[in-house]
Design a binder for this molecule. Structure first.
Ligand SMILES: [Zn+2]
Length: 86
């Protein structure tokens, strides 16, 4: 017979493991983003006198958000992730 406390503990531990797996996956995806210098090397037309712009839509409006401590730069207009800065 399964004890309800054992079942609850197992479910809790499974949730914890899944949370760690998701965090590791997010971190790997963020780390796989190009750095700013790699982004410019791939898209030299994105470096302008007014700053960096999106190579998809040419917008200069770029938003920064953080994923597991990594700063990701994303275009405000087309939402494409462009590069990371750390
Ligand atoms: Zn864009």
């Amino acid at each position: 017979m399964v004890n309800i406390l054992e079942l609850a503990f197992t479910a809790f531990m499974l949730a914890q493991i899944l949370q760690v797996v998701a965090a590791v996956r997010e971190h790997r995806i963020a780390k796989a983003m190009p750095t700013l210098s790699e982004y410019i090397a791939s898209h030299p037309q994105s470096q302008t006198e007014r700053g960096i712009r999106c190579h998809h839509c040419k917008s200069g409006s770029i938003h920064v958000f953080h994923v597991s401590g990594i700063a990701i730069h994303r275009c405000n207009h087309c939402n494409n992730k462009l590069y990371r800065s750390n």
